[in-house]
Design a protein around this ligand. Sequence first.
Ligand code: TPP
Ligand code: SF4
Length: 278
Amino acid sequence: MSTEAEVTTTGVKVELPKSYEDIKDLIRVDRLPHIWCPGCGLGILLKLLARAIKNSGIPIEKHVIVTGIGCTGRLGGYLKLDAYHVTHGRAIPFAVGLKMANPELEVTVVGGDGDILAIGGNHFIHAARRNDDINVIIVNNFIYGMTGGQYSPTTPKGAKTTTSPYGHYENPFNVPLLAYAAGASYVTRWTVLHQNELYQSLLEMFKVKGFAVVEVLSPCIIYTDRNAMGDAVDLMRVLKERPVIDHRANLADLDIDFSMKKIILGNFVKRERPVSYG
Ligand SMILES: Cc1ncc(C[n+]2csc(CCOP(=O)(O)OP(=O)(O)O)c2C)c(N)n1
Ligand code: SF4
């Protein structure tokens, strides 16, 4: 399959600061400690997103974050900028409305696989079809974390969850393929352990005119616990060591199965398509 892919990674490794001193003014320090479990990947994403926002060249007051419900949905509340925490699954239509009303805004949705692809699934495909000029970061932890571990549209077949105690029997979405097929202009997948690459994709996402999708694979202890996969650090190890980076991969090959033996990451799609709103 031709994906009109254009490799956007510069290949240049940027030196990311180890502390969060450089972004302290963007973090609501008064809200710390955050609510996330030890070993959750969301704190890493928060840091990288804040850094990308800060270095985007777009004034902070033009950035808006929209989140729905879930552990991921709490991310916007830790950022010192305009952030809207809206109802479950409705972050994308809320974000599209903001962009229509004020096209100068840089609007970014951050949501979990349940929020964006289950209850919000229709909004996702139709915003991609229209190529609405917003950014969507999907934190794929393979499960509904906040509500205690029900299966989501990305839960691999065979995985145990509270709603599939004998092993899940449905096929999961291949998120990059779905985003591309629906019409997104920009599609990437990284893990929170690929900080350099993820950071650069977030910077690139802000430059894209059209619907930009960044899938972020992230460890969740609810998922690892249910599936006897060790603790979150063990899943972190899997997400760090196992993936293969292939920017030109066939999108149909990007499924992630329960064994997690094949995880392909990359900047898969960057294409120009007419934009509906924005
Ligand atoms: C209308 C509605 N339905 C259901 C819920 C319960 N609920 C809260 S968060 C959530 C799913 C969260 O999973 P996900 O989006 O994957 O985010 P995570 O917590 O894993 O980051 C659900 C079903 C709700 N808050 N509102
Ligand atoms: S339940 Fe999962 S996603 Fe939620 S804070 Fe804990 S580790 Fe993170």
